[in-house]
Design a protein. Structure first.
Lengths: 383, 234
């Protein structure tokens, strides 16, 4: 502790240079926080996906529909505990940029299949009573400032109504919250029976099934059994774990994790050069002072520690400012107005950030610190 | 760290050679040099540039090691100490005063003087107290909060002396302490060194080019071509 003022005093020597270095490090860590939140947005569904849940879709593609009658057949397969179907509605609320997922679903089965959706008994009862009722996630409600009792018009892009109309109107009767931070609360559910009776086409067809297996250890075996059940039928299936399904969905954009890691690696490499350059100059300019410190009794290791301490101080100030600002900016919410329903800076990644700060301090400072450690007093005093 | 044995000679340099290598060339700065300095002496070392004065000072202060021979201070062979032990020895027993002061520009006079005390186990308040005493001895109490750039050359050198004496070392090594000062400021520094020698019994070795400064010492030795003599060599 007694050396702290010595370390921080040294940082005041070239205020502009120190300030610019700290600023560079800060920007790098803001980027780290933001990119981490974006990666989290893509991974969120995968992380909360149940290990005991499978997704069954048409073998050809996700947009091909499956018969609703498959549900009963699936539930008869050994190892299947429950099967629930969903369908992509793909409607627009007011304007296309207001994107969010809307899905007709069997209300009684929803909460059994998705325990991560938390809803009060009162809201549940209200939804079961209202055929045109909608169950909406808290995040979506907050995003549009909706409240219970609101009538929400959704303009269909796929599912026209039997009367030829495209505008479907739903009553907001229930709101769900997420049991975990990563739970998607940006979804809009409505009742399948209302949807099936009102749509002009596709009666009795659904988008995909979510299947819960009784024993997660048998998930692969059950998935194979489901696909065998419907093999050689008009609508063959492809069954995979829910996590893999969501990951595959995200990977349509690209390998997000790899892209983000590449960007972060490039940024940190450049910042490492900046910080390393600053430390190298710091030592070179102070050869004489460091020699004096040694002359009055500081050991070689002591001088090494001082230089590393300065490196740590610079990266710590910049890094903590960056992480703090990143946390603040990410806390302001999804910057894309809906594309990232789950957008937050995970606490675990905050610790990764702290570890990166220490690592950066060490790598940037170790070579100049070793040069300072090896200084010969008599030689250095003559310079 | 044990106290130095000051019963006989405080410093004993025996048969010391110092060779510097510059590329393939070897430069012999000191050759078979012997020197004894009694405790409490104020020794002036004179000689032309490049004669090895500062090199000898560095060897006695444990800032460098001889190529051959031995250096004993207070009965202890310092040329055989490890780097870590030698650093601790310097911190405890040697005070250094430099021609160009070598103060930390980002630290106040008070903090500069406290620097050697960081290596001790003294509390912050005790360090502050001792630094204040050292600054008082050199007559700079009123400038304790000033930074080196706010001090005159003489005041900076007095701060340097305060830093050198704050740990109460046995030996003060001064490398041209008045070399960067005008006559008046130089005289004040010499007065101070004399007082430290006479009143506090500090053993002082002072390298200087200035006959006027050397006259303040109790003994003057001349170094030329790596050899010591009691009279200047033409």
């Amino acid at each position: 502790m007694k050396y702290l003022y010595l370390i921080f005093s040294s940082l005041k020597r070239k205020k502009l240079r120190t300030g610019l270095t700290i600023l560079s490090i800060m920007v790098a860590f803001i980027l780290f926080g933001y990119l981490t939140a974006i990666r989290q947005a893509f991974d969120a569904g995968v992380e909360v996906a149940g290990a005991d849940r499978l997704i069954v879709r048409h073998k050809v593609s996700l947009i091909q529909l499956l018969p609703q009658s498959y549900e009963e057949k699936m539930e008869r397969i050994d190892g299947v505990d429950n099967a629930v179907h969903s369908t992509w509605f793909g409607g627009i609320y007011q304007e296309p940029r207001n994107f969010f997922a809307q899905m007709p679903i069997m209300p009684e089965e929803l909460f059994d299949m998705y325990p991560e959706y938390v809803i009060s008994d009162e809201h549940k009862a209200a939804w079961l009573e209202n055929r045109a009722g909608a169950l909406v996630g808290r995040g979506l409600v907050d995003r549009f400032g909706w409240k219970l009792g609101d009538r929400i018009p959704i303009n269909a892009t796929i599912w026209t109504k039997k009367d030829g109309g495209r505008t479907w109107e739903f009553d907001l009767v229930a709101i769900y919250d997420g049991a975990e931070k990563g739970t998607d609360t940006s979804q809009f559910f409505f009742r399948y029976d209302f949807f099936d009776e009102t749509r002009a086409m596709g009666e009795g067809l659904v988008g995909w099934y979510t299947v819960r297996v009784a024993d997660p250890d048998r998930a692969a075996e059950v998935a194979a059994a489901i696909d065998v059940e419907f093999a050689n039928s008009a609508t063959e299936t492809k069954t995979e774990p829910e996590g893999a399904f969501i990951q595959g969905f995200a990977n349509q954009i690209g390998n997000i994790g790899f892209i983000i890691m590449s960007i972060m690696s490039a940024v940190f490499f450049i910042i490492l050069l900046v910080a390393g350059n600053t430390m190298a100059y710091t030592v070179r300019e102070r050869t004489n002072e460091l020699a004096v410190l040694k002359a009055i009794g500081f050991t070689d290791r002591g001088v090494l520690g001082l230089v590393l301490g300065e490196s740590l101080a610079i990266t710590l100030v910049g890094g903590l400012l960056g992480l703090g600002l990143a946390w603040g900016l990410v806390s302001m919410g999804d910057p894309t107005s809906g594309s990232f329903p789950v957008f937050y800076f995970p606490a675990g990644d905050m610790f990764v950030g702290l570890a990166l700060i220490v690592a950066m301090a060490f790598v940037a400072g170790i070579i100049p610190a070793m040069q300072a450690q090896r200084l010969q007093i008599a030689d250095a005093l003559r310079r | 760290m044990t106290e130095l044995n000051t019963d006989n000679s405080l410093v004993r340099v025996s048969g010391v050679d110092k060779v510097f290598k510059r590329g393939s060339e070897e430069i012999h700065v000191l050759g078979g040099l012997d020197l004894e300095i009694p405790n409490g002496e104020f020794l002036a070392l004179m000689g032309p540039s490049g004669s090895g004065k500062s090199t000898l000072l560095n060897l006695v202060g444990g800032l460098d090691r001889p190529s051959e021979g031995t250096v004993e201070v207070g009965g202890k062979r310092i040329d055989k100490l490890s780097e870590r032990r030698l650093a601790a020895w310097r911190a405890r027993h040697v005070g250094l005063v430099f021609q160009f002061y070598n103060l930390m520009p980002v630290l106040s006079a008070q903090k500069n003087v406290e620097l050697p005390l960081l290596l001790t186990r003294l509390s912050a308040s005790e360090r502050k107290k001792r630094a204040a005493i050292a600054l008082d001895i050199v007559g700079l109490s009123h400038r304790a909060g000033h930074y080196p750039r706010q001090l005159s050359g003489g005041e900076q050198q007095r701060t340097g002396i305060a830093r050198a004496i704050v740990t109460d070392p046995t030996l003060l090594l001064c490398d041209e302490p008045t070399g960067d000062l005008d006559r008046k400021a130089g005289d004040e520094i010499l007065d101070l060194l004399q007082a430290l020698n006479k009143e506090q019994g500090k053993t002082i070795i002072m390298v200087t080019h200035d006959i006027h400064a050397a006259a303040r010492a109790t003994r003057t030795l001349y170094l030329n071509k790596g050899q010591l003599s009691t009279s200047p060599v033409d």
